[in-house]
Design a protein around this ligand. Structure first.
Ligand code: SF4
Ligand code: SF4
Ligand code: SF4
Length: 322
């Protein structure tokens, strides 16, 4: 069998997506049998390549160097995959969209807890940061999207093996709720608190009950299922790392925050079928805080998300000088 050539380019990343390619367990042998990595800074040595059948792009675009690298990759590959949530929607680096570059650099290099006598790098060799962060499809044409932070091994392996056989890869269309075994019950408790992996006060009392029904935010109902509800099954609510559900992406008037708040409002009453009034909606909204992290942590910089009229993102951007 002729092996397909793979090239792998990177923008602003943490490295998790590339590592995930090596994490496909025993399927790594099939991958190695069918693919040759001709360019990948993390996996092999070549500094350039002429042509590849498949190109992966990981990360959001933050500098001119990223932009040049992405455009060059697009020119040299037949099929380009936007790989990981950073590449597809801006991902976590997109949270810096809410801050000025100066505020962000000050925070990272000077004000971080534990930093002593910090200094912002000023070498001319370090590419300058652009104010905006762009997902890959804002600069080049993308053939496939594989969101996930990082995409799960099974998704990667199934995708690569389908491509190697000339088949159209199958993609998951459902939300995380579809795989979650927790029961939604009414009436839901009032919104209790901000929760997250680093919130020390985070205690889940009922491990069978839906987080929303316990008054804890979970974005599983507006998030594409790439993980089999991995967090929920292990005691944590979904933070949306696989990017928006197809319903959110396709319907321009849908906004993740509005959808989750509406669901909470429905669950709060005795009748989950009733129409939620604006007053009920506002009552729940008033109990929330840190909306940027709760609802938009992974998608803030994609125009398809922040340009929609229903989105809160542009309103939240007003705090950018923080
Ligand atoms: S999508 Fe997640 S794992 Fe991949 S580069 Fe971005 S932050 Fe890292
Ligand atoms: S909202 Fe979260 S906890 Fe509730 S069913 Fe959906 S994924 Fe599970
Ligand atoms: S449950 Fe949500 S946050 Fe957790 S891995 Fe799945 S998509 Fe990501």
């Amino acid at each position: 069998m002729n092996k397909l050539k793979v090239a792998y380019g990177s923008g602003a990343i943490c490295g998790g997506c590339c590592t995930a390619i090596l994490d496909v367990h025993e399927k790594i042998f099939d991958v190695i049998d069918r693919f040759d990595f001709v360019y990948c800074q993390m996996l092999c040595d070549p500094k350039d390549f002429d042509h590849a059948d498949v190109g992966f792009w990981e990360g959001t675009i933050r500098t001119k160097t990223h932009e040049e690298e992405l455009k060059s990759l697009r020119e040299k590959v037949d099929t380009l995959i936007s790989f990981g949530t950073c590449a597809c929607y801006g991902g976590l680096p997109g949270l810096s969209f809410y801050y000025t570059i100066e505020a962000m650099l000050r925070k990272i290099y000077i004000k971080t807890r534990g930093t002593v006598d910090g200094k912002i790098p000023d070498s001319k060799e370090v590419p300058e940061l652009e104010r905006g962060l762009l997902p890959a499809d804002q600069l080049v044409e993308v053939d496939y999207y594989i969101p996930g932070c990082p995409p799960p091994p099974e998704t990667i392996a199934n995708f690569l093996l389908a491509v190697s056989e000339g088949k159209k890869p199958e993609v998951e269309h459902k939300t995380c709720c579809s795989e979650c075994s927790r029961r939604m019950t009414t009436p839901a408790e009032r919104v209790r608190r901000k929760v997250g992996a680093f919130d020390e006060s985070f205690v889940v009392e009922d491990h069978q009950k839906c987080f929303l029904s316990q008054g804890i935010l979970c974005t599983g109902s507006v998030t594409l299922n790439r993980c089999g509800a991995a967090c929920q099954e292990n005691g944590f609510p979904c933070m949306g790392c696989s990017g928006p559900s197809l319903e959110v992406l396709r319907e321009y008037e849908r906004d993740p925050m509005r959808m989750v708040v509406k669901r909470l409002a429905l669950l709060s009453g005795e009748d989950p079928e009733k129409v939620v009034t604006e007053r009920e909606f506002k009552k729940i909204e008033e109990q929330l805080y840190d909306l940027r992290h709760q609802f938009y942590a992974f998608v803030s910089t994609h125009p398809v998300m922040w340009r929609r009229r229903s989105s809160k993102i542009t309103e939240l951007l007003k705090f950018e000088g923080e």
